[in-house]
Design a protein around this ligand. Structure first.
Ligand code: F6P
Ligand code: MG
Length: 440
């Protein structure tokens, strides 16, 4: 079998990886430091002098981290007591073994995917080492802000869903398909709203996303919606009354994107295309806006208590679905490791086995795409299946807006044409893919 292409890395000057490590990551660290600083009084009120001490120590660890990054220092082993520490430290050894002689894995010389994940894990370590503020989510404030800033778009979507639910039983197959395509695209474009690409600047959804779909269609570079539909409708037609059809959604960002995922999930359940939805979120704050269990529960509570009746109806229904076990939330440390998904079967066998129970896994967002494809310098025309490098727990698809320079499965010449016409087509979130892999 041919060797895998090289990993994207900051060693390639001028690349987006280089720019991210050099500018965007330090910017995110600076914002985290600033957030802690601004919450000093809150820490004091809650924990007294101990809170202030912890805030100071955390800031000093984070400033040190920023300095290590900016001066391309070697990565160091983690030192806290979360269960993923041995896996991180083994991964560092593995990276070390790939290098010659005395070289050590460092920020700009190691794979971008590894060092970017490592930065978020070190932020978490700095907090863990400083009780009583060890469970403080440094991104909480901007995640909340982004939810509230998207309020109008959320209302529009919740209203649409509740209207749709009224006569969903009467829709024929063609109409159901049309609604499925719509909500799948809403969930795809919801991925524009992440706060990592914007270096934690507000990036919320301001307008009704349903009205934008026709104009955005042209920016979907790979559109496998028909294949996904065939899979789902055929399962529905063949299903016996008590049989389970399960979809797993590997979540990405909280805020508007999470609402689009919940709306899609609700539609899949109320149309009886599927009988169970399993969500997968992060165990720790991650890539600024990624969804943790706290964000998930907080979002549903916010909806429930919203003034708008359609929003609150959604919140109440989803709370009920969770209680009935038709919507299930999972988290697993694997999602916040630096590993490519092709190593899941070895590194997190339990998670792989869980995903094998699914009829379709939907991977949301850019980081999941990078991990699916190993964040490597693939040719644009390499088939998605090949880039997955034997990661096939179940049929799967990626709903992702492009925010990093890896893309596979394009038609001959399609990528090259975009390179010429729009040099930054891969990093702005303007383009998207709905990319499917059926084969096991
Ligand atoms: O660098 C851009 C970036 O921060 C990537 O590192 C990451 O892949 C992406 O944005 C996060 O996007 P998403 O929330 O879609 O995974
Ligand atoms: Mg994200």
């Amino acid at each position: 079998m041919a060797a895998l292409p090289a990993s994207l890395a900051g060693s390639s000057k001028g690349s987006f990886a280089y720019f991210t490590i050099k500018d965007r990551l330090p910017q995110i660290l600076t914002r985290v430091i600033d957030t802690l600083h601004r919450h000093k009084n809150e820490f004091f009120e809650e924990h007294g002098e101990k809170g202030i001490e912890a805030e100071k120590n955390t800031i000093s660890l984070l400033s040190k981290l920023r300095n290590e990054l900016q001066t391309d220092k070697p990565l160091v082993p983690l030192d806290d007591n979360l269960p993923d520490v041995p896996l991180w430290n083994q991964y560092l050894e593995y990276q070390q073994n790939l290098l010659a002689g005395n070289e050590k894995p460092s920020w700009f010389q190691s794979p971008w995917l590894y060092v970017e994940c490592y930065m978020y894990r070190r932020i978490h370590e700095a907090l863990l080492q400083n009780p009583p503020i060890d469970d403080y989510d440094v991104f909480k404030e901007i995640k909340f802000h982004s939810f509230f800033e998207s309020q109008q778009a959320i209302i529009a979507l919740c209203t649409y869903l509740q209207e749709l639910r009224k006569n969903i039983e009467d829709l024929d197959e063609k109409q159901l398909q049309r609604e499925f395509f719509k909500l799948l695209q809403v969930s795809l474009w919801g991925n524009k709203c992440d706060l990592s690409i914007s270096a934690s600047e507000d990036n919320s959804q301001k307008v009704n996303s349903l009205e934008l779909l026709d104009d955005l269609k042209h920016f979907i570079l790979v559109d496998d919606m028909e294949s996904i539909w065939s899979l789902l409708i055929n399962i529905k037609k063949r299903r016996s009354p008590k049989e389970v059809t399960r979809i797993d959604i590997v979540l990405d960002n909280a805020g508007f994107e999470l609402i689009t995922d919940l709306v899609l999930a609700d539609f899949l359940l109320s149309s009886k295309l599927v009988t169970e939805i399993h969500f997968h979120g992060k165990c720790i704050p991650w890539y600024v806006s990624d969804t943790t269990k706290h964000d998930f529960n907080w979002t549903i509570k916010q909806l429930q208590s919203a003034n708008n009746r359609w929003m609150s109806k959604c919140g109440i229904t989803w709370e009920g679905s969770i209680r009935k076990g038709v919507m299930v939330y999972h988290d697993h440390i694997f999602w916040t490791l630096p590993h490519e998904f092709c190593s899941m079967a070895q590194v997190a066998t339990d998670l792989y086995t869980e995903l094998q129970k699914s009829n379709l896994i939907i991977f949301k967002g850019d980081l999941n795409y990078r991990k699916l494809t190993g964040d490597r310098k693939w040719e644009f025309t390499v088939p998605f299946h090949q880039a997955l490098n034997k990661f096939h727990p179940a049929p799967l698809c990626s709903l992702r807006t492009l925010k990093s320079d890896v893309q596979v499965g394009l038609k001959l010449g399609q990528g090259e044409q975009l390179v010429t016409s729009e040099p930054d087509w891969m990093i702005t979130g303007k383009y998207g893919v709905v990319q499917f892999d059926m084969s096991l």
